[in-house]
Design a protein around this ligand. Structure first.
Ligand code: HEC
Ligand code: HEC
Length: 508
């Protein structure tokens, strides 16, 4: 909590996601596209194919503009946004990988110089020298990926670094090689996708041989991707992998990626046979969109696997270093943060301070009313004590949140502020709704997330009622029951029926 928070209206997570996905889409193309250019230039040279050379020259102009201008701008954009949104974690990444960044920037410089020379010297250099420049470009571009990949993979799986703090452990972490394999395949497939689009929209006649070649550039890596993705998932730490079953949308996301990748393969086969620009034009655009979707969703999945951390095991997404958590919980956020307006919660400042605390502790993943997982509507649905108890137990709820980094008064201030930020709407009193409000944040009946059916199996409604009345005496992770008697009655009647009907439940 050493820094002020930049609160983005629609959720800061979205902003990073948009900038980063655009950058990844272009920067991976910048690598595969480089290889595509030099290899095809070699082929043009061997077959003395002037038309191919001319097309490659035009393609390399598009390539230069897209990768240098758009790629470099969005790259700087990432630094800008993560520096503002996650200053603590960005600072840590810079410090841990000082030499990594330095090396990456050297590669990046070589990459920029090489592509400029490559483009401007098409007709002024001997083919062999020109191709050497092209290879230099590709080598430097891939090497800069190999470096950045180490840092990105580290955030998800810091592995032995958490104990030994060595740069090598941090860099060659458990997901380093598998994610490098996935990313390299993505680079190659993107080269094919952009080439198809470039061929389809060129003013000259269509070259079926080049279309076929580009289609293979898409299809071959796409065919290998599932194996690489499987390897990647195997290397993801077990703790992070539980999200794939517990976070309800992640399996859908993973399936969306698989479907778009399979579709890409099929469409690449269609492209292989295409002889007309009028087919290839919409087809190549569709394929680019699919490629973009697959990439965006896989990056999203990877980021979500890492929750609630920015650097797994080291820094939470709300900028709380794991090492400082105990101190923050004991002394409070207000007492330990330089950028707040009060040193303690009082009845007078509760609302204003609650807003500041929300911004510091929750706004990285939540909005207040509209946008990314708005919290105010959830908080007005229950009484303030229960809402405060939920805020204090963020790490027990679904959603893989960081532990609450402050005191009970501070959690109450957040709940107070949030409850004042939405209009109360009448809450249905049926058992299912009561369960959703008062147990649902932390339990399912018989789903994947902390299911209850097994332990409630065979309990009578009256026993259930006693249990609910004394929840907090069972363990301190659960908030005490603060609902009405009518709510409790409805809940227990409904719960008894559900447990009975669930496969693990039934009569004893
Ligand atoms: C790492 C990101 C993250 C942070 C930080 C975070 N949350 Fe959440 N929170 C989530 C996600 C994701 C969900 C949605 C869970 C779902 O619906 O599956 C959620 C859901 C919730 C819910 C609703 C639970 C339910 O099922 O009704 C509450 C209440 C909540 N968060 C409170 C907070 C509070 C208070 C803070 C700050 C102290 C906070 N969260 C910080 C990610 C986060
Ligand atoms: C803030 C989160 C939270 C809420 C809300 C919550 N629980 Fe729990 N509950 C937990 C946690 C965490 C455990 C497991 C503790 C452990 O295993 O150490 C648990 C355990 C239980 C258990 C013990 C058996 C088991 O399966 O682990 C029962 C029964 C239970 N909860 C019922 C309920 C009911 C009924 C409600 C709603 C009225 C409820 N809980 C609301 C967090 C919560």
């Amino acid at each position: 909590m050493n820094y002020p928070v930049w609160q983005v209206a629609f959720g800061s997570g979205w902003l990073i996601a948009v900038v980063a996905t655009l950058h990844v889409f272009v920067s991976h193309f910048a690598i595969g596209g480089g290889l595509f250019l030099v290899l095809l230039e070699g082929s043009a040279h061997r077959h003395d194919d002037e038309a191919l050379r001319a097309w490659l020259k035009r393609h390399s102009r598009f390539f230069l503009l897209l990768t240098l201008v758009f790629g470099a701008l969005t790259g700087v954009g990432i630094w800008f946004t993560i520096g503002l949104i996650s200053p603590e974690a960005t600072g840590r990444l810079i410090r841990i990988f000082v030499w990594g960044w330095a090396i990456e920037w050297v590669f990046f410089l070589v990459e920029i110089l090489a592509i400029l020379v490559y483009y401007y010297a098409w007709d002024r250099m001997e083919t062999l020298t020109h191709r050497a420049v092209g290879w230099t470009y590709f080598g430097a571009a891939w090497a800069s990926l190999a470096v950045i990949n180490g840092i990105l993979a580290f955030q998800l799986s810091p592995g032995a670094w958490l104990q030994d703090r060595s740069l090598l452990s941090a860099f060659f972490n458990p997901t380093y090689f598998s994610s490098l394999a996935v990313r390299t395949l993505v680079c190659l497939a993107l080269a094919g996708l952009y080439a198809l689009a470039s061929l389809a929209f060129t003013r000259n006649g269509l070259r079926p041989d080049l279309v076929k070649k580009s289609a293979v550039w898409v299809a071959a890596p796409v065919l290998l991707l599932p194996a690489a993705a499987w390897w990647y998932l195997r290397t993801v730490p077990a703790l992070q992998k539980t999200a794939l079953t517990e976070v309800f949308y992640l399996p859908h996301l993973a399936r969306t990626v698989m479907v778009s990748v399979s579709l890409l393969f099929l469409l690449a086969a269609v492209a292989w046979f295409s002889r007309s620009k009028w087919i290839l034009r919409p087809l190549s655009v569709l394929m680019l969109l699919l490629g973009f979707a697959a990439l965006a969703f896989s990056e999203w999945t990877r980021e979500d696997l890492r929750m609630p951390f920015l650097i797994a095991g080291d820094t939470y997404i709300n900028q709380v270093p794991v090492a400082r958590l105990a101190e923050l919980r004991a002394k409070g956020i207000l007492a330990t943060s330089p950028w707040v307006s009060a040193a303690a919660v009082t009845p007078q400042n509760q609302r204003r301070v609650g807003e500041e605390l929300f911004r510091l502790a929750c706004s990285h993943c939540h909005t207040v009313r509209k946008g990314l997982i708005p919290l105010a509507p959830k908080m007005v649905a229950v009484d303030e004590t229960f809402a405060a108890n939920l805020a204090l137990r963020t790490d027990q709820m679904r959603g893989r949140m960081p532990p609450f980094p402050g005191t009970a008064e501070e959690a109450r201030a957040i709940a107070h502020y949030l409850r004042l930020s939405a209009m109360p709407v009448p809450q249905p009193g049926d058992g299912a709704s009561v369960f959703r409000r008062r147990c649902g944040p932390c339990h399912t009946v018989s789903g994947a997330f902390r299911p209850l059916a097994k332990s409630l199996k065979g309990m009578a409604e009256s026993e259930l009622s006693d249990l609910v009345q004394n929840l907090d005496s069972m363990n301190d992770k659960m908030p005490p029951w603060t609902g009405t008697n009518a709510e409790r009655g409805a809940l227990c009647a409904w719960l008894a029926g559900q447990v009975k009907a669930s496969p693990v439940g039934g009569a004893p």
